[in-house]
Design a protein around this ligand. Structure first.
Ligand code: R7I
Ligand code: MG
Ligand code: MG
Length: 300
């Protein structure tokens, strides 16, 4: 029962559900107030944010070109941008520059000279993992290509690779030793190695670490190194629990709830499949499921 279409659908829908259900809880009082006003579609369905929009963009480019065409993806990101999706402030500047005709390489280092280390690359990598999980070198290369358009910083790229690797293992139905070895080898920034070491030990010992310790040791912020290990830990800790329990826990950690929800939700969904997700209607649910089916059909 591995690599089934249901796992692909579970991955993308898990991402969108984590995003849409987490979004009302992201940020401070002002952001929450704004989301109360703009957080529903005209039909009253929960809307998702930049996490899902950029993942849809990646999926559409993969389906069209069977690879990450960076110029096409940069243009697609820029065309899809809408302020009401709550993009990160650095990403907004990069996307506006691309829209104004600046090439993505120059645009990506305009705001931060080494590129952004936000979690915006990690949150949109699940479609890349679905497409290329069978060939790890290709997976890592295409993950970097999708990331660096807006997130050239090595920490952001490491974070995206970690989520890609986690989804790859989830599709196999096993987070075995090779997963931890790959994480250490391909996401080698000391801060990631340290956090992956911690989560491996917590999971191995069956330690139910409390919220305060998770936030302190792994983080709940919008940078890649403050959220990616957190999402992987939560996905793995709740892998045999319900999706509802996972989301409840993500919400209770506060911070970047939509994005930690999206990343953890994508890993959980890739492992457990779409039939185990809650039957909740959200914005463009059918289209998201259709994209997942097409990736399943057209992947190399
Ligand atoms: O990473 P990004 O696209 O944001 C994603 C987040 C998710 O939570 C989404 O749900 C959305 O809400 O935003 O956006 P960026 O602006 O590129 O990065 C996020 C933030 O990380 C930046 O606004 C900075 O605060 C911080 N940051 C940096 N700070 C200093 N130096 C990122 N890179 C740097 C840096 O190099
Ligand atoms: Mg978001
Ligand atoms: Mg977020």
């Amino acid at each position: 029962m591995q690599n089934t279409i249901g796992q692909y659908q579970g991955c993308l829908l898990g991402l969108a559900l984590g995003d849409a259900l987490g979004a009302p809880y992201e940020g401070g009082p002002f952001e929450r107030f704004v989301w109360r006003i703009i957080g529903k579609t005209s039909d009253g369905l929960p809307r998702w944010t930049d996490d899902t929009q950029m993942s849809i963009d990646v999926a559409e480019i993969l389906l069209k070109y069977k690879a990450i065409d960076q110029i096409e993806l940069a243009n697609k990101f820029a065309q899809s941008y809408q302020w009401s999706r709550g993009y990160g402030p650095g990403a907004v500047k990069v996307l506006n520059a691309i829209k104004a005709g600046v090439d993505w390489k120059s645009a990506s280092t305009r705001q931060f000279k080494n590129g952004s280390f936000g979690n915006g690359a990690a949150m949109r990598t699940p479609p890349v993992a679905l497409f290329f999980h069978k060939d790890i070198n290709r997976l890592l290369d295409e993950t970097r290509k999708a990331a660096e358009i807006t997130h050239a910083h090595p920490l952001a790229i490491d974070g995206a690779k970690a989520i890609s690797l986690a989804i790859s293992s989830a599709l196999k139905g096993s987070f075995d030793d090779s997963f931890w070895i790959d994480l250490n080898e391909h996401c080698s920034a000391p801060i990631f190695r340290e956090k992956f070491g911690l989560i491996k030990a917590w999971l191995h010992n069956g330690e139910l670490v409390n919220h305060q310790t998770i936030v302190k040791k792994l983080g709940n912020g919008i940078s890649a190194h403050e959220s990616v290990a957190t999402a992987i830990y939560i996905a793995m800790r709740f892998i045999n629990c319900s999706f509802e329990e996972l989301i409840k826990f993500v919400i209770s950690l506060k911070g970047d709830v939509d994005t930690i929800g999206a990343m953890a939700g994508a890993i959980w969904g890739a492992y457990n499949g779409v039939t185990n997700l809650p039957n909740i209607l959200i914005e463009q649910k059918d289209y998201i499921l259709q994209l997942a089916s097409l990736i399943h059909e057209q992947k190399p």
